[in-house]
Design a protein around this ligand. Structure first.
Ligand SMILES: O=P(O)(O)OC[C@H]1O[C@H](O)[C@H](O)[C@@H](O)[C@@H]1O
Length: 427
């Protein structure tokens, strides 16, 4: 993963970071790196995530999924960090079959998905670190019943990825289901490079070993200077821009297959850094599609955001057939990839032109190793940013609050008095 932060400096952008401020920030990066290094060495909660490339046992994952690799479809049931890492991998990389995710509670979506699913050729991967998450357990119970109703033995098709205790562990024990353990000390949103993120991809034939190899290379690049560590350059620049007024970070990959990556990053950043009145609002965008809509705001609206482009230098391409269409002569001899890249560079320049800070995250191509590196790099960037903000990167009390209230309501608890209604209806 390479990072180009030139368009985030004050020579180009406003808000922008002066070069001498960046040099001073580099001193704080060195201190933060020492803290991170110590946390990694002691396998402290959260910091342990950055050791996953060394610790994850891909052979054990391969063994656990072996009975399911004939499946043509994998249905992963999980939510948040227990779905987004896997979905990022299976959406970005070539797979031997289809990957579906039940990571929401939407009765319409659940019934539509199940109606069309051939259960005999579908493997289920039920993922919950805590093993108690209401959405995941509820979806699993619904899916299980559909298998039973159609006379298919769900226990033959199910793998569970969970912790040592919890409802999901109890269900797995009761039905003697194969279980992959979740890693110790790793919050869900940092678990993409573990059993949690890799198992569904492995069932579908993704080269998970290369994902880990790519992550390991990024781990080895961690150093005490942002100028030598792409991950830290990104974490530091997002922090410095946020402090100067870039309250949002628009993450805009220029590859359809990386759309889910932007979603994964949004959880990672928002849940890790949104604390004590701090944090940058992550916004998901997709190039070139959103050039034809959101770009209007990014270029002509308020300069209150950073745009992060994610781009692969190389990849498959398709020639555009010559058609000699009037006014479209510039397409003659071009390819879809060249058109996409020209649009990307033009958008980057158009934002720099109006002083909107933007950063280029570049990978060689969208392949297993590069995606492993990208995910690891962004996790390290987020941990570094957490140190600079001085927040508790690895907790999520605000998320827990909402979960508890929802549970209370389901148990028949008192109506909520935190909200006020001013309902407007048509006459
Ligand atoms: O893996 P689970 O325990 O089911 O948790 C799934 C998700 O639930 C919560 O909302 C947490 O805040 C997320 O970080 C987590 O990834």
């Amino acid at each position: 993963m390479d990072i180009d932060i030139g368009n985030a400096l004050d020579a180009v952008a406003g808000p922008g970071v002066p070069r001498d401020s960046l040099d001073r920030l580099d001193g704080r990066v060195a201190e933060a790196h020492e803290r991170i290094d110590r946390g990694m060495a002691d396998d402290e909660f959260g910091y342990a995530a950055l050791n996953l490339p060394e610790r994850v046992d891909t052979a054990a994952i391969r063994d656990a999924v072996a009975p399911l690799t004939d499946a043509e479809t994998v249905l992963t049931i999980g939510i948040g960090g227990s779905a987004l890492g896997a979905a990022t991998l299976t959406d970005a990389l070539e797979t031997d079959g289809d990957a579906y995710y039940l990571d929401n509670v939407d009765p319409a979506q659940t019934s539509a998905l199940l109606a069309d699913l051939d259960l005999e050729s579908t493997a289920l991967n039920v993922v919950s670190r805590s093993g108690t998450t209401a959405e995941t357990l509820a979806n699993f119970l619904v899916v299980r019943e559909v298998y039973e109703d159609r006379g298919v033995d769900w226990t033959e098709h199910t793998l569970v990825t969970t912790g040592e205790s919890g409802n999901l562990r109890d269900l797995a024990d009761e039905h003697d289901l194969p279980v992959l353990p979740v890693p110790d000390g790793v919050p869900g949103r940092f678990s993409a490079l573990s059993t949690v993120g890799l198992a569904s991809a492995a069932i579908l034939g993704v080269d998970v070993e290369s994902v880990v190899t790519g992550a390991r290379a990024e781990r080895e690049s961690l150093s005490g200077s942002l100028y030598e560590t792409p991950a830290y350059a990104y974490g530091a620049i997002t922090y410095a821009l946020n402090a100067r007024g870039a309250s949002a970070n628009v993450v805009m990959p220029y590859h359809e297959s990386l759309e889910t990556y932007a979603e994964w990053y949004a959880q990672l950043s928002a849940e890790s850094l949104g604390k004590a009145g701090l944090g940058q609002t992550p916004v998901r965008a997709l190039g070139a599609t959103d050039q034809h809509s959101q770009l209007q705001l990014y270029r002509a609206g308020p300069n209150d955001k950073l745009v992060t482009f994610v781009h692969a230098r190389d990849g498959p391409d398709v020639d555009i057939p010559d058609a000699e269409l009037e006014g479209l002569d510039y397409l003659d001899g071009a390819s879809l990839g060249e058109l996409r890249d020209a649009e990307f560079e033009a958008t980057e320049a158009s934002l720099a032109d109006v002083g909107l800070p933007n950063v280029r995250v570049e990978i060689e191509r969208v392949d297993a190793a590069a995606i492993g590196g990208l995910l690891y790099g962004m996790e390290a960037a987020t941990v570094l940013a957490g140190e600079l903000y001085g927040v508790e990167t690895f907790t999520q009390p605000a998320v827990e609050w909402g979960k508890e209230v929802a549970r209370d309501l389901l148990r028949g608890g008192d109506p909520l008095d935190e909200t006020t209604s001013l309902r407007v209806t048509r006459e």
